[in-house]
Design a protein around this ligand. Sequence first.
Ligand SMILES: Cc1cc2nc3c(=O)[nH]c(=O)nc-3n(C[C@H](O)[C@H](O)[C@H](O)COP(=O)(O)OP(=O)(O)OC[C@H]3O[C@@H](n4cnc5c(N)ncnc54)[C@H](O)[C@@H]3O)c2cc1C
Length: 425
Amino acid sequence: MASIPTVTTVIIGAGHAGLAMSRCLAYRAIDHVVLERGEIAHTWRTERWDSLRLLTPSWQSRLPGFRYTGDAPDGYRTIPEVITFIEDYARAISAPVRTHTTVTLVRRDDAGYLVRTDRGDWHCATVVLASGACNVARVPAFANQVPPSITCLTAQQYRNPNQLADGGVIVAGASASGTQIACEIARSGRPVVLAVGEHIRAPRVYRGKDLQWWMDAAGVLDERYDQIDDIGRARRVPSLQLAGTPDRSTLDLNALTDLGVTLVGRFAGLANGKAQFAGSLRNMCALSDLKMGRLLETIDAWARDRGLDGAVEPPRRLPPTRVADDPPIIMDLVRSNIRTIIWCTGYRPDYTWLELPVLDHKGMIRHDGGITPSPGLYLMGAPFMRRRKSTLIDGAGDDARDLSAHLASYIDAQVPRLSALEHAR
Ligand SMILES: Cc1cc2nc3c(=O)[nH]c(=O)nc-3n(C[C@H](O)[C@H](O)[C@H](O)COP(=O)(O)OP(=O)(O)OC[C@H]3O[C@@H](n4cnc5c(N)ncnc54)[C@H](O)[C@@H]3O)c2cc1C
């Protein structure tokens, strides 16, 4: 019988996070393999809509040993460009990736972990979960009551407006995905209703510079998980309402209203073919304006302290979000000719293959900055995992450096135990 391959570390997932960890382990001469169910950058190939561009400018894709070197560092890359970037990274670091290898189970064994795949088993001392934070679209439970004449899609399934029937569209969720998709569909000529829950408004360009530049320079993206009062809450905060368009325009609710999009409150329920929208639209928008104001105040204070005030444009604020006096709270979907609903209500990871006691009641990994309660099991790419930037391409490097150092010390401490086990075999 063929023996089961043994390796020090198995990394699950060949997105940028798994590859960044691979580079850091190689740097420390830790032997490892990266198991990937599809191709490198699989989720960028299969789960994004056609017109999506990164909302982070190209300079903001710094990975260990690699960075963007093209001639448009302030531009926002298309999906094919992102795929090429991640493929180039894997090639540049000679990452030991096994593609088309799906992990179906991870559990402890005497030497560490057993990782089962559809192409055989692996034994390893340590595992890095880099399988993504956005595997499954979150959809409210009442979605199964949508009348059959209406097609439901998630942001992962949506590709472009040609895929949709003529007629009205409800987009549920007004963070980065929802606002971008609502904008594109409204431009296709279909009536769009945008259901707005919690969101964070943000100007694309502030005081003459990209907002991401400010957040990076002022250290906002480097804020650490152990410096935040309520990290549980911070990890649930939605993505900034940003889009990466060539004209660098701000895509906020006022821009969508100008395009003819109807704003309603959060999609709260559905009964007898009638959608119920929360009455909190005005409050949600006021709160979002407030949060944007706080972020801009942080940036202004930093610019002032650094003596930048004379060198950049003066501070300014966007006008408040406009909200109709009486936005609808009930909508008969069929009578209103709604033909499609697109759920842009967030994502969650899928760990159904993990046979380890590390999940909380919501199916999320319990961890302390990516270090899980199961010794030798690490996480990458989770929201605000070690820093605010942890889910961004730009955030993986620092996290991988920290966690690979921890992993290396763990292995060093395990050497006597592992040699004894090897001896006993
Ligand atoms: C719509 C959208 C837009 C985004 N825009 C930006 C942006 O502008 N800038 C930015 O920096 N970030 C952006 N992000 C965030 C982030 O960069 C991406 O989510 C990124 O894909 C996460 O990288 P990752 O390596 O953690 O996970 P992924 O890229 O999801 O990689 C995980 C890999 O694991 C594999 N995998 C999963 N399960 C298994 C299994 N059981 N066995 C084997 N392999 C498995 C998957 O196939 C996948 O290739 C965006 C995210 C979304 C959803």
